[in-house]
Design a binder for this molecule. Structure first.
Ligand SMILES: [Zn+2]
Length: 88
């Protein structure tokens, strides 16, 4: 399945939601299954059970930074070119 292109604004909001969730887990020392819910899939709105996010590995000759997000269980895959300034 091809990756769905997200705007940098869309991906930034998902990224921020993931970071907040991560922070809650660390600060409140939460254990599964008390983890806060993941943000919904940006494509189908399904409740995500797992969301992997990573920076796309740099490629020769490509001068852009992208974030990849994989959502389970619906298996939508996203890619968004990001303006790094939004993440610093
Ligand atoms: Zn989905």
């Amino acid at each position: 399945m091809n990756r769905i292109e997200l705007s940098s604004g869309q991906v930034a909001s998902v990224w921020r939601a993931l970071e907040c969730r991560e922070r809650d887990i660390v600060e409140q020392v939460l254990q599964q299954p008390d983890y806060p819910p993941l943000p919904p899939c940006p494509e189908c709105g399904a409740a995500a059970e797992q969301m992997e996010s990573m920076m796309e590995p740099p490629r020769f000759g490509v001068h852009e930074q992208a974030i990849l997000i994989n959502v389970k269980p619906c298996w939508h895959k996203f890619r968004a070119v990001v303006d790094i300034d939004q993440f610093t």
